[in-house]
Design a protein around this ligand. Sequence first.
Ligand SMILES: Cc1cc2nc3c(=O)[nH]c(=O)nc-3n(C[C@H](O)[C@H](O)[C@H](O)COP(=O)(O)OP(=O)(O)OC[C@H]3O[C@@H](n4cnc5c(N)ncnc54)[C@H](O)[C@@H]3O)c2cc1C
Ligand code: FES
Length: 491
Amino acid sequence: MVALSATPDCCWTASAPRNDFPRLTGVNDCDVVVVGAGIVGLTAALTLCEAGKSVVVLEAREVGRQVTGRSTAKITTQHALIYRHLIDTFGQDLAQCYADANREAVEKIRRWIDEHHIACDYQRQSAYAYACTVEGRSAIEREAEAARCLGFPARVLMRAPLPFATTGALEFPDQAQFNPASYLVGLAAAVQARRGRIHQHTRAQSFEHGGRWQVGFEGGTVSADKVVVATHMPVQTPVDYISPSQPRCHVAIAFRPQEGAQVEGMFIAVDEPTHSIRMGRDAEGPLMVVLGPRFNTGQDGDVARRFVELEAWARDNLLVTEPVWRWCNEDYDTADRMAYVGEPDPEQAPGYFVATGFNAWGISNGTAAGLGIARQIVTGRRPWASLYDPRRPMPDDFNQSGDSQSQVDDLQALGLGQGGVISRGDEKIAVWRDDAGTLHAVSAACTHMGCTVTWNNADRTWDCPCHGSIFQADGDVIHGPAREPLARREV
Ligand SMILES: Cc1cc2nc3c(=O)[nH]c(=O)nc-3n(C[C@H](O)[C@H](O)[C@H](O)COP(=O)(O)OP(=O)(O)OC[C@H]3O[C@@H](n4cnc5c(N)ncnc54)[C@H](O)[C@@H]3O)c2cc1C
Ligand code: FES
């Protein structure tokens, strides 16, 4: 396996301050319990606190350090090519609703940053969807027409302001970018200032309804009238959202740019292979952040190779020097490219809200989701007609669950930093070798629904090829829907 040079961490989370909210224990009570302190959860929590609700936020790990904190963090209504698709699939009214909800979300982020003095490197930028083919150029022209119909001042350019050849670009002016982890740390402080209670290292394990909701976690419970399950993929829900969604992963590298080099704007390619580009910064100075094409989580047995390919692409096409940070991140795609947000089953599970399936555009869609759920809780009315309808007909075969890509016969063949899955009787065991040569083992059966995990040789995690759960090398849960760790085993 190739040695990857950059630090295996995300430049935003590594540069953001940390909150020190304590773990929760004992018996607790509030109006609304919000599970998950990502952009959906904290947006909902702050809106609810502003409306006078008593709110408890449970966060399994730390505020803002999961999918939101590791995103590209473009705050934009331009979601690559989306509006032509929305008009054709859902009609003009719903496409307008999507546009308006995202426009409001982008504006809300800007206002909250101002109002709460959140230091998060917020910068106005144009968002560009760029093409490198003739077909891509035509798609951009069709998208521009659709976007203008919905009130966006979209401009088609002959070429993107990038240092390589393009066939055109669609510009949405006056969008923005930020450090998403710092933003969420700031939102959490604003929630706390409005008497919201936030508890880190408190993983919700059970959700029971008996008049009120009771959410259980290790060492305690919290009772509430309403629950907002903002865990990215809901860890429990009355409606199946795993079959109609597919976890998709991207690799990201933050490079130190060449002296004085930068790109002006935020860029997403419309052709395959898709790359995403923007500037950022860490404590040492400016960074050029570059993302590679998506792949199904847990279905690639050599993620390190993707970093090598991305680095080669960036060196060929951009003015970069050494890679400084590298990381993976995943989001859930849906078949119709629309999220599922709201109360999935008001009859059987009243007051139980979910938000998932942001198709890699959850900074604005996730903010819209958090605002919308909070408004529904406060007013009793759904704020948007059928936008994000969590009960709409959904395909049951969009998810392409796969098998482990790490099956091996002989553990001796595992090099340093490598992992493999072996069979021992009826059980599959996931084993990896650390840098000192010691083998470590856990059960290879994902604790969500039992799929066999794949070793991610770049992040050193066990990734599930079915519904996107990600476990630390020692088995602890990083990302759900799993709630329980992989069981420890002897080698
Ligand atoms: C590579 C990549 C780039 C992206 N770039 C952009 C972009 O530029 N612009 C954009 O709009 N969108 C972007 N997105 C999409 C966006 O980042 C996500 O859609 C959005 O951040 C999801 O937010 P969330 O609050 O649902 O999830 P998260 O931020 O992951 O928050 C969920 C929280 O719930 C916690 N949790 C999970 N289980 C439990 C439990 N049982 N108990 C308690 N807490 C729990 C987690 O620890 C986590 O903190 C990108 C996505 C990816 C993968
Ligand atoms: S995430 Fe569902 S089986 Fe692993």
